[in-house]
Write a protein that binds this ligand. Structure first.
Ligand code: ADP
Ligand code: ZN
Ligand code: ZN
Length: 745
């Protein structure tokens, strides 16, 4: 039925930004939008004593309430609904993660849309020369030399110039106006994100000729450009995965489609962006946390309208609407930052798969160290497994060499043979990366007389010792305090740092190698984005130097002159309680190792450990991540853990431990009863205290659901949520259900 014949619905079901898992009914009011009432239109509605911006989810004629009791909306804010693909993804996300739809939509739209602004890009004035202006001797300029000069300048810019550029050349608005009046130039408004889809060739620099493995991977991708086609691009660091992405994007853009590229939080560096921007003629839109609200809306609009052929962003960019989706790429797919750990706890990689399926387009998950989830799917044949085993530079990745720490004196965390290796490498003119998985000066401060350790008053955790400025800080709640002069327990003044952190190692190395620059790269030293870039720029010049860093250094950055990597302590993940800890620390070690020997020198990786006989560590050192991953998958299968089983984790927290304990007991009990009654194949374990039970003075308990079938898990999860929502004592407790939790912390 044509829209103008469609009767106005009597009821609009609206998603409201609130944690309530339901929709709210309103009556349509005011002028109808030009295409009629549709899901996806934003409306301003009264909600309690507030006015909020909601989104219409359904138009219908009945309500559970008497129609006369429904409040009218205040206004409809859009003329056309928000993009359909976006609305679909939000609804899927809310359902899958059992999150309130209103809150999901709110999270997934740019701030300005939440506030009710129009979905429109800002524009800029452009000045172009007309046909008359291009004539050999344009009339009317004989006695106006500045106007003639301005016209001559504009004639050199076939795509026109923005006003700012004109004024910067000391021309004036009056001169522009005079040329317009003479019909020699024209004024246009153009979106700030660029004029439109590419006209000329997409490439600005030629693609590299692919090696055999890259060509095979590319061939496989070319086969499936018009269908859902999930691929795991599994290639060692430096094997040319990014080159494969670039050529896939080229194919996508060549077909007038859009490519969406997701990268980890640490991965969206100016360096990465530059690589994409250098390759393509067409605009590359970046979505990152540094954008202003206006820039974000501009980018969103350009993507939704199809003007942005290439969109690169971190986790939340998965919610970018695309007018002509062509492919989705998830780089470093194993990276933890793709999972949001609070509020709407979605996994952007998993949503990328869902989204590609819905659009019927290829999706590429790339990694040197794929998650066990993706490896399992690739082995099961759900994903195509594309391997790149050789580095483009032809050097085999460096192997890990385990270094036994037991009973050997350490300086700044390093033992003598390792310091010797550093010295040799420096003498040979190379750079060294010293990797520590901890910020700060040392893990903590200890009393050598009585064994007292500096503990946070608000958390079950030690405080970290910082030297510059000197203080103790809790990395879990950010509580800070000054250094005590004496032990608070026994009064002894024999307080010493315990363990090693970035600052302490930096200090030791600076003393030991006074002529060599030591750069510390961690979150404390690089709070400002450009600080990191400046340091890395200096490092890339290639002079011998020492880099001391945390995880920030493990990923993405190309450090071609690093020839020796030292891992100060590999043991953090080996015996942790979290079932994914070993997978994550193996990924990290392999990624750090990948930094060595990228250029013409093969590198060494020295891994200090107190457990040189640990079978997992030995397997990783001898045969690499892939071999360890195979073994971990077998262990997960035997233990019925993901990816062989699906989990949902209920987290409960409150300032009073009795509140969380009681509610935990009751919700687990009730859920078990329900599971039994319905004959669901679901385990409900707990309640148990969280690994860090007290954090910021709040108590944390957990209840775990596990099932072989997603449908059973979801039914049990939905029931548990409904029970909690109806339970009056649950209001005293903060709770959340995490579907597919990445960590049990
Ligand atoms: P990855 O993303 O797997 O870490 P990159 O795509 O960044 O690997 O490639 C590593 C290096 O090898 C880069 O400097 C890149 O320019 C170069 N490279 C990649 N593919 C080729 C190729 N086919 N021919 C020559 N050099 C290549
Ligand atoms: Zn003491
Ligand atoms: Zn704390």
């Amino acid at each position: 039925m044509p829209d103008f014949l469609r009767p106005t619905p009597r009821v609009l079901r609206v998603a409201i930004p609130s944690p309530l898992r339901r929709l709210f009914d309103y009556r349509p009011a005011g002028p109808a939008p030009s295409d009629g009432w549709h899901p996806g239109l934003r409306v301003r509605v009264p909600f309690g004593r507030r006015q909020v911006v909601g989104v219409i989810i359904e138009c219908r004629d009945e309500s559970e309430l008497p129609l006369a009791d429904l409040k009218p909306i205040d206004a409809c804010l859009d003329d056309a609904p928000l993009p359909e693909d976006w609305l679909w993804l939000c609804r899927f996300t809310a359902r899958y993660y059992q999150h309130a739809i209103g809150d999901t939509l709110h999270h997934a739209m740019p701030a300005l849309l939440r506030q009710g602004r129009a979905l429109a890009a800002r524009t800029r004035e452009h000045w172009n020369v007309t046909e008359a202006g291009h004539a050999d001797a344009p009339a009317g300029l004989e006695r106006a030399p500045r106007q003639a000069a301005l016209l001559a300048m504009l004639r050199q810019h076939p795509h026109g110039l923005v006003t700012q550029a004109v004024l910067a050349q000391s021309f004036t608005r009056e001169q522009l106006k005079a040329l317009v009046n003479k019909g020699l130039i024209e004024r246009h408004e153009q979106p700030v994100t660029g004029g439109g889809p590419p006209k000329g060739p997409a490439l600005a620099e030629p693609a590299l000729p692919l090696n055999g493995e890259q060509a095979a991977a590319m061939g496989a991708l070319h086969e499936g450009l018009d269908a859902f086609h999930p691929c795991l691009l599994h290639g060692v660091t430096g094997s040319g995965k990014t080159e494969v992405y670039l050529q896939l994007i080229e194919a996508v853009v060549g077909r007038q489609r859009q490519a969406l590229v997701l990268v980890p939080e640490i991965g969206l560096t100016p360096q990465t962006l530059e690589r994409f921007r250098k390759r393509f003629q067409v605009p590359v839109v970046a979505l990152h946390s540094g954008l202003t609200d206006h820039e974000r809306l501009d980018a969103w609009e350009a993507a939704a309208n199809g003007r942005a052929p290439i969109v690169i962003g971190t986790r939340s960019a998965i919610f970018t609407p695309l007018a002509r989706p062509g492919a989705i790429i998830v780089d470093e797919e194993h990276d933890g930052s793709f999972k949001q750990q609070e509020g709407l706890r979605y996994h952007a990689r998993d949503l990328a798969i869902i989204r590609a399926h819905r659009h019927g387009i290829p999706v590429v998950l790339g990694s040197a160290t794929p998650s066990l989830e993706s490896l399992h799917r690739a082995r099961a044949g759900d994903y195509r497994h594309l391997r790149l085993t050789r580095r483009a530079s032809r050097h085999a990745p460096a192997r890990l060499e385990l270094v036994d720490l037991r009973g050997r004196p350490r300086q700044g965390g390093l033992i003598a043979p390792v310091i010797d290796a550093i010295k040799t490498t420096l003498n040979a003119g190379h750079q060294i990366l010293v990797f520590i998985n901890r910020r700060g000066f040392a893990p903590t401060l200890a009393c050598h007389a009585c064994g007292w350790l500096a503990e946070c008053n608000h958390c079950d955790a030690h405080m970290t010792l910082h030297r510059q400025p000197p203080l103790l800080a809790c990395h879990h709640c950010d509580h800070r305090r000054g250094l005590p002069d004496a032990c608070p327990d026994c009064g002894s003044a024999d307080l010493r740092p315990l363990g090693s952190g970035t600052e302490r190692t930096e200090e030791t190395l600076a003393e030991r190698f006074p002529d060599i620059p030591v750069h510390r790269i961690d979150r404390d030293s690089t709070r400002r984005r450009d600080a990191l870039e400046r340091t890395l720029g200096e490092v890339r010049r290639g002079e011998p130097c020492l880099l001391v860093g945390t995880q920030m250094l493990a990923k993405g950055h190309h450090l071609p002159h690093v020839n020796l990597v030292v891992v100060v302590n590999a043991d953090a993940g080996l015996y942790a309680s979290d079932f994914r800890a070993l997978e994550h620390s193996a990924q990290l070690l392999e990624q750090v190792a990948g930094r060595a020997g990228r250029s013409s020198h093969p590198g060494r990786v020295l891994v200090q450990t107190l457990h040189p006989d640990d079978p997992n560590l030995r397997l990783l050192a001898a045969r690499g991540y892939d071999a360890l991953a195979e073994q971990l998958l077998e262990e997960r299968r035997a233990a019925s853990l993901p990816p062989f089983r699906f989990l949902a984790l209920l987290r409960l927290e409150s300032p009073r431990d009795s509140d969380v304990n009681e509610l935990g007991e009751r919700v687990a009990e009730a859920t078990r009863e329900h599971i039994e009654q319905r004959g669901l194949n679901v385990d409900c374990l707990g309640p148990v205290p969280a690994p860090m039970e007290r954090r910021q003075n709040r108590y944390h308990m957990q209840v775990m659901l596990g099932a072989d079938k997603r449908s059973h898990l979801h039914e049990a999860g939905a029931w548990l949520i409904a029970w909690l929502e109806a339970e009056p004592t649950a209001r005293r407790v903060r709770w959340s259900l995490d579907i597919d939790p990445q960590t049990l912390a």
